[in-house]
Write a protein that binds this ligand. Structure first.
Ligand SMILES: NC(=O)c1ccc[n+]([C@@H]2O[C@H](COP(=O)([O-])OP(=O)(O)OC[C@H]3O[C@@H](n4cnc5c(N)ncnc54)[C@H](OP(=O)(O)O)[C@@H]3O)[C@@H](O)[C@H]2O)c1
Length: 401
């Protein structure tokens, strides 16, 4: 498609012409936090604001969204005055959430396997053995809020170790509904006398940390599975903010795990690799060079069109490409919809009936899972498409030395 230049130049003009009107509701709220303190007001963009939460119109459905400014540091300190957060696991989420909690002035300890990769990493990040860094058992014993952030397969294996410390009055916290929803596979069944809550950042731990450090926050889902204290809801939203979220969307454990597993297997990762490879292979089979096939499949998408879709929406992108590109895209979109919808339906069914979690637990519990994973990633990395991509990326202005 030859539309990139048209799109970019029009994008620049549009951005210069009406920067505010084209912003999403959420972005404009973030840019004007002072407006959020007036309760309730109705704006031209169908926004109902009350202190503590906002009801927004999402494509015709009203949903309630909480935001970071609803829980300033002083309020967090009050809500969690008697709590010790025990972050069990120090992968990307454990790392980001523990540091953000600590920077928010809360009492945090980390619990990981002694001598493992995470143990060494936690020490590098300033957690001190015997003071703030403990074994999983020790941390689970000392903590009042147990943040179960081992890998999802690790949560299954670690549950026998952690369960004795999940005692009356404590809070059990997750960042994924996986273990609890698929308890028949994981064995994770929390006792009835604890709060069970979830805050699931919609992004990698690296982004959870970097957005927090920038003074912003990531979007997160929040859910309450069990409210033994009667305060689980407020504590769940407060925790969502304390770990570094900007906006919080309420859901259930079940909906969180279903949508998350579908998304990552689908459009976020599985579907794009599948669709990229299919188009690339067709172009190559028809005699196009690797660079042409890659540029037309991946580079133009990620470098030009997707950022514009992100910024302005799909209709805007269609409206600002060439008439030729637009006509073809409008005609072919329904065909791709029809071709892929049954795949998404099959995917949802496999998530819902537990096949996907079963496979994930089996594969990720194998002693040689890292080696097997590396072999699968090597095949992708060494495929012609992604080797061509490496060369194309090296030619981006920022990468040319
Ligand atoms: N990654 C994301 O972007 C993301 C986003 C949202 C939510 N989540 C959720 O957040 C949770 C944590 O995910 P993550 O990506 O941060 O972690 P992860 O990389 O999946 O897990 C790493 C941690 O689990 C520990 N671990 C693994 N198996 C263990 C076992 N058998 N016994 C003891 N420790 C074990 C590791 O310790 P060692 O170093 O000692 O092996 C390490 O500390 C998961 O529920 C995940 O679904 C993740």
């Amino acid at each position: 498609m030859n539309s990139t230049r048209t799109i970019v130049s029009r994008a620049a003009r549009m951005a210069a012409a009406k920067p505010k009107a084209s912003r999403s509701f959420v972005t404009s709220i973030a840019a004007s936090p002072a407006r959020c303190n007036k309760a309730p007001i109705i704006t031209a963009c169908n926004l109902v604001q009350t202190r503590g939460m906002k009801t927004l119109d999402f494509g015709g459905s009203k949903e309630t969204v909480w935001e970071r400014s609803d829980f300033p540091k002083e309020k967090l300190a009050k809500i969690f005055a008697n709590d010790t957060f025990a972050v069990l696991g120090y992968g990307t989420q454990g790392y980001a959430q523990s540091l953000n909690l600590r920077d928010n002035g809360l009492k945090v300890i980390v619990g990981v396997r002694k001598g493992g990769h995470s143990w060494e990493q936690a020490k590098k990040d300033g957690w001190v053995e015997g003071k703030t860094l403990f074994t999983i058992e020790e941390a689970a014993d000392k903590g009042t809020v147990l943040m179960y952030l081992l890998s999802d397969a690790g949560q299954k294996h670690g549950w026998a170790t952690v369960k004795p410390y999940v005692t009356k009055g404590k809070t059990l916290y997750f960042s994924h509904g996986f273990s609890v929803v698929f308890h028949e596979q994981t064995g994770v069944v929390p006792p009835k006398d604890v709060d069970v809550i979830l805050a699931a950042p919609k992004g990698s731990g690296a982004t959870v940390r970097s957005l927090f450090l920038e003074g912003r926050g990531i979007n997160s889902s929040v859910a309450i599975f069990q409210d033994a204290s009667g305060q689980a809801r407020e504590r769940a939203f407060a925790m969502g903010v304390a770990i570094g979220s900007g906006y919080l969307y309420e859901t259930t454990f079940e909906k969180e795990v279903h949508s998350d597993l579908v998304g990552e297997r689908g459009i976020l990762m599985g579907a794009i690799q599948g669709a990229f490879a299919a188009q690339y292979d067709v172009l190559r089979a028809k005699g196009h060079s690797p660079s042409e096939a890659f540029n037309e499949t991946v580079e133009e998408a990620t470098q030009s069109l997707y950022p514009l879709v992100s910024k302005h929406g799909m209709d805007w992108m269609y409206a600002n490409c060439s008439t030729t590109a637009r006509r073809g895209a409008l005609d072919w979109a329904p065909k791709f919809y029809d071709a892929t919808k049954p795949v998404f339906e099959a995917l949802y069914a496999a998530v819902e009936d537990g096949s996907e979690t079963r496979r994930s637990l089996e594969e990720n519990s194998r002693p040689d899972y890292r080696e097997r994973l590396e072999e699968e990633l090597r095949v992708i990395r060494e495929s012609e498409m992604w080797r061509a991509g490496k060369t194309v990326r090296s030619l981006r202005p920022e990468n040319v030395k």
